[in-house]
Design a protein around this ligand. Structure first.
Ligand code: AQP
Length: 333
């Protein structure tokens, strides 16, 4: 399955809730399209999800749901490695080593930690602070060249590169230095109710996000209620965060450029635009929802996929971990 002439792609998504349109347009939509050109490895990052308190039964359910959604969104388990992070111990093992090559000061600058710790002030745990090092371990274990993610992860990709370069500088080349791979349109989808903020699956207000499994009528209702402005022109401009966001969503959903969307709706008002965005998203997500629902009826198949994925991932990850252990001076078992 792995072609030594191809570069490697790695990415992961947390099963910390139900997937949103932001997760889809920013990351997952692109995963399937990369499978022929790259060796692709995709992970359900359940160890990241517990940095925020999760209900155990909910986490198990969401892990399987995410696996099903990966497949429904176009990942072919025969072409890509698909696995669950906690099934491959090398992630935690490498993260510990990398902790010792990561500075407290550089980690203190991570904006996601600041955002999430202000949202979860009663549970600012060390794991939340250490999240970027675990993410660095995820990526570096597989010697990934490219990491398709939304723009919110850019700072984490940068610190991954810094850690890898530091380690390589001390011990000679060990890790491939990865690059972030951001979509041209859709790298940041904002909330429908607070359009200056990122759309997030853990948002307390369900009107702010569209879930991949939302029913068509709920999608239409959320778009009709989306916060905009009173100007009634469909253009991207400062002070028009809501409309700018809807233009991005419509463009990403239909494959048009934002300029083409502005031209298509020139002279029309929000009364025409908002339902058009809703309908485009309903059609985009319909096959994803239907396939996910079918796959979730076949738990044995999903189990077989994640078992095989863990074996393949483990073999690759173990090679990198052995190399790291040797270089830092751990005695071979
Ligand atoms: N709003 C977004 N626009 C574009 N891309 C997004 N991503 C997330 N939100 C948007 C991208 O989706 C991938 C998976 O994200 P994640 O689940 O690992 O973590 P996250 O970035 O913290 O996503 P959420 O939805 O905001 O989760 P919670 O609410 O649990 O923190 C990543 O590639 C991310 O860039």
């Amino acid at each position: 399955m792995r072609d030594p002439n191809k570069q490697t792609i790695f990415s992961g998504v947390q099963p910390s809730g139900h997937l949103t349109l932001g997760n889809y347009l920013g990351a997952i939509k692109h995963f399937g399209t990369l499978q022929d050109e790259y060796n692709c490895i995709y992970c359900v990052v359940d160890m990241h999800a517990i940095t925020i308190r999760q209900d155990p039964a909910g986490l198990r359910r969401q892990t399987l749901e995410l696996l099903a959604q990966y497949i429904a969104c176009g990942i072919d388990p025969k072409k890509s490695i698909l696995f669950v992070q906690s099934h491959v111990p090398a992630h935690a093992q490498l993260a510990w080593v990398l902790n010792c090559y990561t500075m407290f000061g550089e980690m203190s600058r991570m904006t996601q930690f600041k955002d999430k710790s202000s949202k979860h002030a009663d549970n600012i745990n060390v794991g939340l602070f250490d999240y970027p090092v675990l993410m660095a371990a995820d990526i570096l274990l597989y010697q990934a060249h490219k990491v398709p993610v939304g723009i919110d992860q850019q700072q984490h990709i940068e610190i991954t590169r810094d850690i890898a370069q530091r380690f390589n500088g001390i011990y000679s080349d060990t890790f491939v230095i990865p690059e972030g791979f951001y979509p041209k349109v859709g790298a940041k989808i904002n909330s429908l109710s607070e359009p200056s903020k990122k759309m997030s699956k853990s948002d307390e207000n369900p009107n702010g996000y569209i879930l991949l499994l939302d029913k068509p009528e709920d999608i239409m209702r959320k778009f009709k209620r989306a916060v905009t402005d009173s100007d009634n022109r469909i253009i991207r401009a400062e002070g028009k965060d809501g409309i700018t966001n809807l233009i991005t969503i419509y463009a990403a959903a239909t494959g048009k450029s934002p300029e083409e969307v502005e031209a298509e709706f020139a002279g029309k008002g929000y009364g025409a635009f908002k339902p058009a965005v809703g309908e485009a998203v309903v059609e985009l997500l319909r096959p994803v929802r239907e396939t996910t629902e079918d796959l979730l009826k076949n738990k044995d198949y999903l189990e077989q996929i994640y078992q095989e994925g863990a074996e393949q991932a483990n073999a690759i990850a173990r090679r990198t971990l052995d190399k790291v252990y040797r270089k830092i001076g751990f005695v071979k078992r």
